[in-house]
Design a protein around this ligand. Structure first.
Ligand code: PEP
Length: 248
């Protein structure tokens, strides 16, 4: 049975003071039947690990290098992340695909690095508005998914989490309806099933795109939606926790 995951993506937001405020504002999550994850900016990861892991919130990064080590100025390796206690890493977020020209091949190389050092990759796929309006949603997301799964073993795939994030819904206030999101999640799971039925049943597929407490219960009630990747509404403890409580 897949357990829900509520994952926050802080993007390039936050400060040491904000982490303190988040921790002070975190309430009782004991009744929320879900795993929690916050993916923070690199400089704050040690502080996030120190302060959030004791609250039952895993800590992830938002990217890692496709290289193992060496003369790659500005890069952060998967090994370094694992070394400091990071457990997850978002890879292939649409903002990295758009602003840093990340191709499927580069995302795959990063996934392999993450897996080599025991990190759980949260691999993002999603279509733009132009692609959706052209009827290309399924083709786009399936191609992004297959570029990853074809190059990995079943054992490696068992370590992955996918996130369906329609680009037009990220940070825009527009959300896919539960039915729209479910249709894409079901399509992704069907692709996984072509590879392995067992894998498809076990794989967590998150939905991301303007998730908040007002829409999360309906989204997470869909049979193939296993939680959320949450940007804006993960920045305060109150908003983030409210997403969990919406499932009660
Ligand atoms: C995201 O950062 O992946 C995201 C979905 O952002 P938001 O929830 O703000 O749309």
């Amino acid at each position: 049975m897949r357990r829900k995951l509520i994952a926050g993506n802080w993007k390039m937001h936050g400060s040491l003071a904000d982490i303190g405020t988040f921790v002070d504002g975190w309430g009782d999550a004991s009744k929320v039947d879900a795993d929690w994850l916050v993916c923070g900016p690199f400089p704050y990861l040690p502080e996030l690990i120190k302060r959030l892991v004791p609250l039952g919130i895993a800590v992830g990064a938002q990217d890692c290098s496709a290289q193992a080590s060496g003369a790659y100025t500005g890069e952060v390796s998967a090994q370094m992340l694992a070394d400091i206690g990071v457990s997850h890493v978002i890879l292939g977020h649409s903002e990295r695909r758009a602003y840093h020209q990340e191709s499927d091949a580069l995302v795959l190389a990063k996934v392999k690095q993450a897996l080599a050092f025991g990190l759980t990759p949260v691999v993002c796929v999603g279509e733009t508005l132009v692609q959706r309006e052209a009827g290309e949603t399924d083709a786009v997301v399936v191609a992004q998914l297959e570029a990853i799964i074809h190059a990995l073993t079943d054992a490696e795939l068992q370590q992955l989490i996918f996130a369906y994030e329609p680009v037009w819904a990220i940070g825009t206030g527009l959300t896919a309806t539960p039915e729209q999101a479910q249709a894409v999640h079901a399509r992704l799971r069907a692709s996984l099933a072509e590879r392995s039925e067992a894998l498809a049943v076990e794989m967590r597929i998150l939905y991301g795109g303007s998730v908040k407490a007002e829409n999360s219960a309906a989204l997470f009630a869909m049979p193939d939606i296993d939680g959320g990747l949450v940007g804006g509404a993960s920045l305060t403890a109150q908003d983030f926790l409210a997403i969990g409580h919406s499932m009660e």
